[in-house]
Design a protein around this ligand. Sequence first.
Ligand code: SF4
Length: 490
Amino acid sequence: MFGETDHSEPFDINDDRLREECGVFGVLGHEDASALTALGLHALQHRGQEAAGIVTFDRDQFRSERHLGLVGDHFSKAETIQRLSGRAAVGHVRYSTTGETILRNVQPLFAELEGGGIAVCHNGNFTNAMSLRQQLIRDGAICQSTSDSEVVLQLIARSRETKIVDRFIDALTQMEGAYALVALTSKKLIGARDPLGIRPLVLGDLNGTPILASETCALDIIGAKFVREVENGEVVVCSGSGVESFFPFGKVKARPCIFEYIYFSRPDSIVGGRSVYDVRRKMGSALAQESHVPADVIVPVPDSGVPAAIGYSQESGVPFELGIIRNHYVGRTFIEPTQSIRTLGVKLKHSANRPIIEGKRVILIDDSLVRGTTSLKIVQMIRDAGATEVHFRLASPPIRYSDYYGIDTPSREKLLAAKYNMEEMRAYIGADTLSFLSVDGIYRAMGYDGRDNDAPQFTDHCFTGDYPTALTDLSEDRDFVAQPRLVEVS
Ligand code: SF4
């Protein structure tokens, strides 16, 4: 039914995960603006590893550095930070879902407008960007990138409003989907969250200097104080006269992305007033309440499965042990001269801790299951280490629907839970038993009695199929003719 699986293929436990798209950071009024931004982006690296960029404003000039690769590869050098002079900066780490991984898609995106320049950084995905882009091109717009984020810049440029903040808001009122945005002009640092607050954004303070960031971990790294969350549907404007707040969309009930708690946000971040680490532990405890089986040891799939496994162990009373050891120094994959060496390569990144596993009934805990391609290799690795039973438990519900709000999810037909029922999935990964935390279980872990189906407390459509906004670009009558693209050859 499932066809042969080549267990000799080296694998990375992080191969089969949803990928968060992007982190944003901004600072206004500090002499080390670019260094603080580089540190903030470093703390947000888990939100995007493909590219990073920083734009500063220094007296009368904007300065930009954008690179493919990790923050540390490009922004750790003193001369780079010195080139990025100025007391204000915005920065971005990228993981592409819309637009290729090419330099012209690396953010911040910048435009010189009447009245001055503006640099924009976007986390999320606009679900009507392609439709708007097509209209803009028809009206003569010249797009510099293939990213959905550029549409905001184009609409700001076209706005008939006079003040930059009004032009920014005018553009946002035409956008659909999910976004956390930070923008920099010569005098202002602007932050905005979509009307439902799907993607996170927080406001911090560093000795009177306002900071905007995707997560609190980026405030912690620079010693900034957490002031508050930027609310859903809020536009905050930081300038020399303080922080102003606007709600141009009218107040609607927030529906933040629940996956930020499951996997995307760093465990040491506080999201929506909750410790991410604590929520994951509670998800593990709820999982044990729902689907525990007799066992000898609880083993997390590192690293993101660890907090849930601790919660599961505390709830079930079964000891928690590091049964899978991760090699943190893999770097470039080894050249394997022969098949037999290749087979060994499978243990390059992760290996089973045999003394912990051998002769034991093992419960493996992971945060989520997407295609199942990695889970079946993990089960095999634990069996090869001598486990008598292998039970697989996921601290989130089955992922049955694709995401269009800034998360790189495989198309629906590649999602294991969209293809198979529970028994078929169990057989596919080769576990003795398989179980997922229920949707209500995950809401209980968040402190509710369950999901409020009339007014859900979170965005959770990868589990429920309940998409919280219109998806204009996906609607039937849309046909986007692929335009010939400029390919950067240098
Ligand atoms: S589908 Fe919804 S809940 Fe899932 S990751 Fe995307 S925004 Fe979050």
